[in-house]
Ligand binder design. Structure first.
Ligand SMILES: Cc1cc2nc3c(=O)[nH]c(=O)nc-3n(C[C@H](O)[C@H](O)[C@H](O)COP(=O)(O)O)c2cc1C
Length: 358
């Protein structure tokens, strides 16, 4: 989607586009709305449990009624909804999509390509104005999903991303341009074929990363981990503190299935795991502690509240490899503006330098 088409579709946005990731249980109405209010697109993280979505959407609707977002269209919600498709319920989601008309839906981790195609077709029929965004983590998935679903936007998720993603992945620096080339070649095979817009996710927490993603060919930039350190994120103080403490994300975070096993979130396919900060549970699992004992200790730790997070704690801190760049709590709208305006400054600075070298 070219930038002018992007603005026609989402008239409240400012470019370069900054997107708030649909983080399950964390990105609820207040966070999604603040991201959109700042000229981004905020996604509600509906995740695997569709039973709470109506409540979240009613909350969003009432917040927007009392304080509308300028230039937002009258007939669609200026927000998206993210589903983790292997667990989400299409029969519960569909009437809500038809009733609330979100500007976009974001699909991730379907049980099969066929089920993803069903979600896509049903959403398009229920709410033609709702754009289809699909998160993928490989060139093969980008091609398969584009052939099966013709999404409007592909979210290209690199392996640095916080939360769940592919066990075997690449960083956005190689993944985004390779996906772009593969999709251009696919589009060229068909008359009038057009490639979906790409947005980059994974390891982008500030202006320099955002500028790099735009240079790679992304039409927008997704923030997940960075937004955890905003007051609008629905997380415990202990979690937020741990995000602010962790540095050197390649060392302090890890991709693992250990946390899923402890938390009972075991419906993920074999090819997925989650990136989170290393803690006592992970170290104990590596040193041979059995799952039952580790789970017992995890459940006991839940009683400690905020004190349960930390290197010696057992509560899970899902966060990406860019966690070391997250140093302060800031309002979500300020984060969006800072990253968007900073990325433009970085790119302008590079242009200036390139010209003086000529
Ligand atoms: C705490 C957390 C929860 C997440 N939950 C979801 C989710 O429910 N659905 C989804 O599609 N992606 C989820 N993600 C992944 C994001 O969509 C995105 O790919 C990722 O946050 C981008 O990388 P970053 O964290 O480095 O910004 C989550 C990420 C985090 C950090």
């Amino acid at each position: 989607m070219a930038q002018n088409l992007l603005k026609q579709t989402y008239p409240w946005i400012k470019t370069p586009l900054i997107i708030g990731a649909p983080m399950r249980l964390i990105s609820l109405a207040p966070l999604a709305i603040e991201v959109s209010r700042a000229g981004g697109i905020g996604f509600i993280g509906s995740g695997t449990d569709t039973s709470t979505l109506e409540h979240i959407l009613l909350h969003a609707q009432s917040l927007l009624l009392s304080h509308p977002i300028p230039h937002s269209p009258p007939t669609t919600l200026p927000l998206g909804i993210g589903f983790i498709n292997w667990g989400a319920s299409l029969p519960l989601a569909l009437p809500l999509i038809a009733r609330f008309h979100p500007a976009a839906v974001w699909f991730f981790a379907p049980a099969s390509l066929a089920s993803l195609a069903s979600w896509t077709a049903a959403t398009r029929a229920a709410s033609p104005a709702t754009k289809i965004w699909i998160q993928i983590g490989s060139v093969a998935a980008a091609l398969a999903v584009t052939r099966a679903c013709a999404p409007d936007v592909l979210v290209v998720q690199g392996t640095d991303a916080g939360g769940h993603g592919l066990v075997r992945g690449a960083g956005v620096v190689s993944l985004v341009p390779e996906v772009a080339d593969a999709l251009s070649a696919l589009a060229a095979e068909e008359e009038g074929g057009k490639a979906p817009m790409l947005v980059a996710a994974g390891g982008i927490a500030e202006a320099r990363g955002a500028a790099a993603a735009l240079a790679l060919g992304a039409g927008g930039v997704v923030l997940g981990t960075r937004l955890l350190a905003s007051p609008e994120a629905n997380i415990a103080d202990g979690y937020r503190k741990e995000v602010l403490r962790a540095r050197d994300g390649g060392q302090s975070t890890v991709r693992t299935k250990v946390y899923d096993a402890l938390r009972g979130t075991t419906g993920w396919g074999e090819e997925y795991n989650g990136r989170a900060v290393v803690n006592r549970s992970f170290v104990d699992a590596g040193e041979g502690m059995g799952e039952e004992e580790n789970k017992r200790l995890y459940e006991a730790e839940m009683e400690k509240g905020d004190a349960g997070w930390g290197v010696e704690g057992r509560m899970t801190t899902y966060a990406g490899a860019a966690v070391g760049l997250v140093k302060e709590v800031k309002g979500a709208a300020d984060i969006v503006e800072e990253v968007r305006e900073g990325a433009v400054r970085v790119l302008e600075g590079l242009m200036g330098e390139a010209r003086t070298k000529l």
